[in-house]
Ligand binder design. Structure first.
Ligand SMILES: [Cu+2]
Length: 696
């Protein structure tokens, strides 16, 4: 990370010691990290060797309050590293990829040699109050066959050239693989597009050949922290994210909180993005990758992260995976007990922990679902050594899910299933006395809670929203059939009407069951709502619940499977925080397993066929307006956005709903659909063409 640039910030007054430290850190980074800048024209994404140093993604910062960047999306042949029994081989695969094409960040020059397609995409860094101006140019090939268009079901394998093409005939089929857009995951910005602003509008479609200027201001009550971006065009989200289209979107805290701590102690930061790259998806099971592949770290296979003895670093981990078999990731340091680096969780999903939660969870298992972020302060031991950071998929389940597949995919998916319960070495941590780095005591307390919590939660220092006694009930349901004409189906609905699927022209209104049907609970701006989010998965899938625009606090977790639940350690952590009256804020939470019998099967209610004792989480959220954000670039804090399962194949199969936040007294409005014409962002520039409905 280019720490030296931090010194230029007006709010940062480094002591001489800190300056020396920054200088030595920078030297160490240049000497050891094999950064792209040092390699000049060879900067195209290239296979790193097994022993390469961890390389952070490119970083683009806002300049004078404006983040200005052009992102191209192209089809590119990129090297992807795979490991077979410890050996690394590199395959060149055709992937949809982001290219940073231009920026006003002075760290780059025009036609910079680093402007090449790569995964993950660049890391953007902004501050509350900044204007975001990202011009997204969709340079993917235009449809050459009906199967590439946005209103016809896709044919697979789309481009790998292997085997006979198969048509996706299942519900909410994958469609429009080269149509795209951007979701700013974790950002509290307008979900709308108007004549003056284009915000986190995931119903917008950017056709091949079109471009859009995302243009919005980050309000002051945005949570500073580790967020990310990825495509969210319904029908092609999973394939594009599986191709590697994702990157970090970091909001810095200018004066307080965690960032003040890391700046004051000049801690070196690493962005650590996990991805499982593939060219195709399983059709029947909605998103399992067809090839077994260990997750890559910033596009590298088992890189080495160097630390000085006693050095403290901040790691920002982003789970950019899409697939079912990486739905649960747990991280464990494995070394001599007591000799491994000490790890303190300091934030989840870009919301800093309240001081009561810092260091409270001493479990060495750190769990993340797809879409989650985790910030860690890592303290190296005082002695030289090598440590291993491993990831385990589907921890705890101890058995393979039966996943029937289409004939052509059988062999590959068998491999994926075998990988499902495998432990992978992700990266090594080498504590090297030849390196220098900052060290300080572990943060028992970080002064100044981030402005997000201070601004949002008036009851400081209690820091929790008042949960309601009458929660809305939101239900995730899947079906047991796994046969070709009747694949597993995925629903997101209400207590009385669970079997609902995504409809891009209908607003889903949260509701609670009443004596005479359901009582609607419209989402009113600046109001607080509690939800019970229930998991009716008969397949025992921990569907990760994600909602856009506003994060939520987790008040309680009902996990009837107990220690048999793959996410048991995470639920223990969430419960303990809530008991400390400092609930943890998230924007993705994996839903708990239903009650299981001794053989690990879901206990079903014989009358309904649904889980007899489903797991659920109880959450509270506020539909906040924007504070300190007044100009036209803020856009309306109301509008349409979505909630969905973050196993992206499930989302594409319909496990998603459109929501709307309205002003008091305002009526709900019909969403325009994800193929409908949208207002032009920039006069004279092409926008998505109107598409016929994609129902088939
Ligand atoms: Cu799901």
């Amino acid at each position: 990370m280019p720490h030296a640039r931090v010194a230029g910030r007006p709010s940062f007054r480094p002591l001489l010691r800190d300056l020396l430290c920054i200088a030595s850190l920078s030297a160490a980074i240049i000497a050891g990290a094999g950064g792209y800048s040092a390699r000049g024209a060879a900067a195209a994404q290239r296979p790193a060797s097994y022993q390469d140093s961890l390389v952070d993604p490119l970083v683009v910062r806002s300049v004078n309050g404006v983040l200005n960047a052009t992102l191209d999306v192209t089809m590119a042949d990129l090297p992807v590293m795979r490991r077979d029994s410890g050996k690394v081989r590199t395959e060149t695969l055709p992937l949809r990829a982001y290219t940073l094409a231009a920026t006003t960040d002075p760290a780059y020059r025009p036609n910079d040699p680093r402007f090449t397609p790569r995964f993950p995409g660049p890391t953007f860094r902004v501050r509350p109050g900044d204007l975001v101006q990202i011009w997204l140019r969709n340079k993917l090939p235009p449809p050459t066959s009906p199967s590439d268009s946005n209103h016809v079901c896709m044919t697979y394998p789309a481009s790998s050239g292997s085997g006979t093409a198969q048509r996706d005939t299942f519900q909410d089929c994958f469609h429009g693989p080269n149509y795209t857009n951007i979701h700013y995951h974790g950002m509290h910005v307008t979900p709308d597009s108007t004549s003056t602003v284009v915000g986190d509008d995931v119903l917008m479609v950017i056709a091949p050949g079109d471009s859009v200027l995302y243009s919005f201001r980050v309000p002051m009550n945005q949570s500073p922290g580790t967020h990310w971006y990825h495509p969210h065009k319904h029908g092609s989200v999973a394939i594009q994210v599986a191709n590697g289209m994702a990157g970090a979107f970091i909001v810095e805290e200018p004066s307080g909180g965690l960032d003040r701590f890391t700046r004051r102690h000049t801690l070196r930061e690493h962005l650590i993005g996990f991805q499982q790259i593939d060219t195709t998806l399983g059709l029947l099971n909605a998103g399992n990758t067809a090839l077994p592949a260990a997750p890559l770290v910033n596009g590298q296979s088992v890189p080495t992260l160097y630390m000085a003895p006693g050095e403290m670093q901040r790691w920002r981990i982003v789970n950019e995976n899409v697939t079912r078999n990486t739905k649960t990731i747990e991280f464990t340091f494995e070394d001599r007990p007591g000799a491994e680096p000490a790890v303190v969780e300091v934030a989840r999903d870009g919301v800093q922990f309240s001081p009561a939660n810092l260091g409270a969870d001493t479990d060495t298992v750190l769990q993340m679902a797809a879409g989650n972020r985790l910030d860690l302060i890592v303290h190296a031991p005082p002695t030289a050594g090598t440590h291993h950071f491993r990831v385990r998929h589907n921890p705890g389940s101890g058995r393979r899910t039966r996943e029937p597949v289409l004939p052509r995919q059988t062999r590959a998916l068998r491999g994926a299933q075998q990988a499902a319960n495998t432990t992978y070495l992700l990266f090594r941590v080498v504590v090297d006395p030849a390196r220098k780095g900052s060290s300080t005591g572990l943060p028992a307390r970080i002064p100044n809670l981030a402005s997000f919590l201070a601004a949002n939660v008036p009851a400081y220092p209690r820091r929790n929203l008042p949960p309601s006694r009458n929660p809305a009930v939101v239900v995730f349901t899947d079906t047991a059939s796994h046969t070709v004409p009747h694949p597993t189906q995925f629903f997101l609905g209400s207590a009385r009407n669970a079997f609902q699927r995504f409809n891009d022209t209908v607003v889903f209104v949260p509701s609670r069951p009443g004596p005479r049907g359901e009582i609607p609970m419209p989402m009113i701006l600046d109001s607080t709502q509690s939800w019970r989010v229930v998991n009716h998965s008969v397949n025992n899938i921990n569907h990760p619940f994600h909602i856009h625009i506003n994060p939520f606090q987790v008040d309680s977790v009902h996990a009837p499977a107990g220690a048999k639940d793959p996410f048991y350690p995470l639920y223990q952590e969430l419960r303990a925080a809530s008991r400390r009256r400092s609930p943890i804020w998230l924007d993705v939470v994996p839903l708990p397993s239903p009650a299981l019998d001794d053989s690990g099967k879901v206990i079903l209610n014989p009358r309904t066929g649904l889980p007899a004792n489903p797991g659920y989480v109880f959450i509270t959220q506020r539909y906040d307006s924007f504070t300190g954000c007044k100009d036209a670039k803020c856009g309306p804090p109301t509008g349409h956005f979505v909630m969905h399962c973050h196993i992206l194949g499930h989302e594409e199969r319909g496990m998603m709903q459109v929501l709307e936040v309205v002003r008091p007294g305002q009526r709900l409005s019909k969403p325009s659909g994800h193929g409908a014409p949208r207002p032009a962002a920039r006069p004279g520039r092409g926008r998505a063409q109107p598409q016929p409905g994609h129902r088939h």
